[in-house]
Each structure stands twice: as C-alpha cells, then as structure tokens.
Design a protein around this ligand. Structure first.
Ligand code: URA
Length: 243
C-alpha cells in the first residue's frame, strides 16, 4: 500500500499533512527517511516509523470509551452529543459503537470499525456477558434475586405469543450503598434487549436509579479511565475479544 495511506489510517494526519511530514524527514521506512509520501510499502513486513516511533499496522481501530450520561450511543444525532463526538482527534470515519447504552447510562462502550467483531459480540446466539453496576431504589429481597437469576417477564413475547423470559442472570449484592444512600448490585446478563436492566428491575418491583456498564465479554472498564475519556484497546484486549 502507499505510505501516505498507511500513515493516514494510523491517524498520523491528512494526506496533505503527511506529504509535509515526509518532506521534513519525520517518516522512515526500514530505518531510512522516506523519499516520497506516495511510495509503496509492504504494511506486513516493512518497519514504518513516525518521529522515531515504530507503528504497527492495523486495518481496524478499537477504542474503549467511558461513556458519560447525556451522550447518545449513535454516530449522528440532531440534538445530542454523540459518542463519536467524544473521540476528538481521531479519524472517526467508519467507526460505530458496539451496541447501545441509554443516554442516562454511563460506562464501557467499545467503538470500532471492525464490523465483524461488532456482529459477533452482539449476536444473540453468542450470549456475551455484560456486567452492570446498578444503583437501585430499594434493597432486593431474596425472592427478587431468585427471580432475576432464573429469568423474568419483561413484557417480551416469542413468535408463538408465549412469554419470552430473560435468560438466567447473576446478581451480586454490594455491601456499601452509594453516596445517595441507594443500594448497589452487580448484575451480569447475557443478552442485550432494549432497556433490559431497567425492565428487569421493574419486573421485580424495583427501579434503576443509576446504571454503569463495567464489562463486556473479556473487556473491562477498570478504574483509571475517567468518565468521558477513551483509550485505544491493547493488542491483548483485541485478541481476547476476538476469541
Ligand atoms: N440496560 C438498560 O436498561 N440500559 C442500558 O443502557 C443498558 C442495559
């Protein structure tokens, strides 16, 4: 492929900027300053460096965003800020969020242009685990936990008209309440139905006061990514997700 295409795909700059960078000797191919921006390189075997930093080739881009409340999980929206608006400085062409979090939900959102991975992670057949930290109106009774863990009726129907219960979930109670005094639980679900967590809690007579997704499959939000910030996934995280 052309060197300028490679560099622009790695978000180094626009084609015009890259031409300038090459002229200024900032781009090297196998240790030798590149002669022309449109020179041909082999992205799989040549060592390409920018400002002395070797770039590894990736056809796709993967980001982990800690989505804030008030931002929509869409690529465009006439009214609200979108999750792509938060990826300032990145080339967002082709990127989309992997699934949706409600506008009032915070937390982990994978954003990528790898459509195949999105498809696999969202496939209802794959049952990818999603863990939510859920702040609830009132403490759960043992009977509520049992219901949530067995599967509840959230109003969905199967094609034959019978109740489409949620798949068994896992509930973990947190010892501490949140700063407003609401009990906190961790809920693991394996589906991604519309407003699923809110409807599950409603089905046991409770109410979600605040919702944060903390993991999806092998991908974890962690403690060091502030709300509203994003970071590229590590190679290890990408490989784990693809498994
Ligand atoms: N369940 C919900 O109710 N909302 C979300 O944003 C995610 C899961």
């Amino acid at each position: 492929m052309r060197l300028d295409k490679f560099l622009s795909e790695q978000n180094i700059g626009t084609r015009k900027q890259i031409k300038e960078y090459v002229k200024n000797g900032r781009c090297a191919v196998n240790g030798i300053p590149a002669s022309k921006a449109d020179m041909h390189i082999d992205e799989n075997s040549d060592e390409i460096a920018f400002d002395g930093i070797v770039l590894s080739y990736s056809k796709y881009h993967y980001y982990l965003l800690n989505k804030p409340v008030g931002v929509v999980s869409a690529t465009r929206d006439g009214r609200n800020e979108t999750v792509l608006d938060l990826l300032s400085g990145e080339n967002v062409k082709g990127l989309s969020p992997c699934g949706r979090l409600d506008i009032d939900t915070e937390g982990l959102l994978l954003i990528t242009d790898d459509g195949d991975l999105i498809h696999r992670l969202l496939s209802p057949k794959k049952h990818v685990d999603k863990v939510y930290e859920v702040h609830i109106r009132q403490a759960l009774l043992p009977a509520d936990i049992e219901k949530l863990e067995k599967g509840v009726n959230i109003g969905d129907k199967k094609d034959d008209g019978s109740i489409d219960y949620t798949l068994p979930a896992k509930v973990e109670l947190c010892d501490d309440k949140d700063e407003e005094g609401y009990p906190v639980i961790f809920l693991t679900i394996h589906e991604g139905r519309f407003h699923q967590v809110k409807r599950m809690l409603e089905a046991v007579g409770n109410e979600v006061m605040f919702l944060r997704r903390i993991s999806m499959g092998s991908l974890e939000l962690g403690d060091d990514l502030p709300v509203g910030d994003y970071r590229p996934l590590t190679e290890e995280e990408i490989n784990e997700l693809k498994k």
